[in-house]
Ligand binder design. Structure first.
Ligand SMILES: Nc1ncnc2c1ncn2[C@@H]1O[C@H](COP(=O)(O)OP(=O)(O)OP(=O)(O)O)[C@@H](O)[C@H]1O
Ligand SMILES: [Mg+2]
Length: 310
C-alpha cells in the first residue's frame, strides 16, 4: 500500500487579504481597510491542507525562503496534518512568495509576488517520495516557471509508476495560455479548470467547444462553475451537479477546496457523482470563512458543515 493517498509538488505561501476597502483606490492617498487576514494561500498548499483535513494522507514538496512568512506557511501546513518533510527552505535573495488580495465584495484584485513560488525545479523533486502515492496532483501550472518545461515528463513519470494524476491550471498571469499545456494534459486523468480556464486552455470562447476539444485529450474534465456548481465530462457522459446553497463570506480558495473534496473521494474509487458532490461540499465549506483553509481549520464548524451535506 502506498504511503500517501495524494502527493502534491507546488507552491507554498501566505495570502494577505484586505476587506472593506474604499471603492476607488486613489494614488498617493492613505487608504484604510476595515479588516485583514493573513492566512495560508497558494493553490497547491490549500489543496494539500484541505485534503488532509478531510482525512487523506498527503505528502507535499515545495520550496520556501528562509523568512518568517515561509515559516508561518510551513507551520500551518504541518498543523493541518500534511507531511512537509520535503519542503526545502532555501537561503539567498529570494524570499517566500506572497499574494495580496484586495477584496471588493463581488470581485477582487489578486497581486502576487512570486518569490520562491516560481523556483521549484526538477532538481528539487524527490520522485520516489512523490511516487509513493495513489495519486499526484499539480496546481498553478503557469506559476511553476522553473518546473513548467518538465511538467509533462513529471506527469508521465507518475503515470508510469501507476499513479493517477490531476491538474488545476488556475490563471495564467500572462494570459497567453501557451500550448505546452496540451502536452501536459496528455498525462492527466482529471483536469480541474473553472469555466474561463477551460475556454482559455482550449483556445475558444465557447465552453461546449472547449469541453469537446479537451475531451479529445483528457479522460475526465471537471469544470467548476462557481455558484452554479460543477459540470463533468467523461467521454460522452455529462454530469452536472448544482452547488450547495451557502451563506458566502468569501470565495478565496473555493476552487482549490473543490479539488480537495473531489480528490478525497476520487482516490477512494468513489462514483463520479459522489466525487462531484464532495467537491461542491468542500468548495461551499471554504466560502463560509475568509481565505481558503480557515473553514477547514475550525474542526467543529467543518464537521457540522460536512455532516449536514451528507
Ligand atoms: N457562491 C457559492 N455558493 C456555493 N458554492 C460555491 C460558491 N462559489 C463557489 N462554490 C463552490 O466552489 C467550487 C469552486 O468555485 P469556483 O468555480 O469559483 O472555482 P475557481 O474559479 O477555480 O476558484 P479559485 O478562485 O479558488 O481558483 C464551485 O464549483 C462550487 O462547488
Ligand atoms: Mg481555481
Amino acid at each position: 500500500m502506498p504511503r500517501f493517498d495524494v502527493t502534491i509538488a507546488g507552491e507554498l505561501n501566505l495570502d494577505l487579504i484586505l476587506y472593506g476597502l474604499p471603492e476607488q483606490l486613489l494614488p498617493e492617498r492613505e487608504l484604510l481597510a476595515e479588516r485583514m487576514m493573513l492566512t495560508l494561500g497558494s493553490s497547491s498548499a490549500i489543496v494539500a491542507h484541505n485534503l488532509a483535513a478531510l482525512g487523506s494522507r498527503v505528502g507535499f514538496q515545495s520550496r520556501i525562503g528562509d523568512d518568517p512568512l515561509g515559516q508561518i506557511a510551513l507551520e500551518r501546513l504541518q498543523r493541518g496534518g500534511v507531511d512537509t518533510s520535503r519542503v526545502h527552505r532555501v537561503t539567498g535573495s529570494t524570499t517566500t512568495g506572497l499574494t495580496v488580495i484586495l477584496h471588493h465584495g463581488s470581485w477582487r484584485n489578486i497581486l502576487t509576488y512570486m518569490g520562491t513560488i516560481s523556483e521549484l525545479s526538477w532538481n528539487d523533486l524527490d520522485l520516489e517520495y512523490l511516487g509513493d502515492s495513489r495519486h499526484f496532483h499539480l496546481s498553478s501550472f503557469y506559476l511553476q516557471r522553473a518546473l513548467r518545461p518538465r511538467i509533462p515528463e513529471l506527469l508521465r513519470w507518475m503515470k508510469s509508476k501507476g499513479l493517477t494524476t490531476s491538474l488545476d491550471t488556475n490563471d495564467d498571469p500572462d494570459d497567453q495560455w501557451e500550448t505546452d499545456l496540451q502536452n501536459a494534459l496528455r498525462y492527466v486523468d482529471v483536469f480541474l479548470p473553472n469555466r474561463r480556464e477551460a475556454c482559455k486552455a482550449a483556445r475558444t470562447e465557447d465552453l461546449e467547444t472547449a469541453i469537446r476539444k479537451l475531451s479529445e485529450i483528457v479522460p475526465l474534465i471537471v469544470v467548476k462553475l462557481g455558484p452554479e456548481g460543477v459540470l463533468a465530462q467523461k467521454g460522452r457522459d455529462r454530469i452536472v451537479v448544482p452547488s450547495r446553497p451557502v451563506q458566502v463570506v468569501d470565495t478565496v480558495g473555493a476552487g482549490d477546496s473543490f479539488d480537495a473534496g473531489f480528490l478525497h473521494q476520487y482516490v477512494r474509487g468513489a462514483d463520479l457523482s459522489v466525487c462531484l458532490a464532495c467537491g461542491n461540499l468542500a468548495g461551499a465549506l471554504s466560502t463560509t470563512r475568509p481565505g481558503g483553509t480557515e473553514a477547514f481549520r475550525d474542526v467543529e464548524h467543518r464537521k457540522r458543515f460536512l455532516e449536514s451535506g451528507s
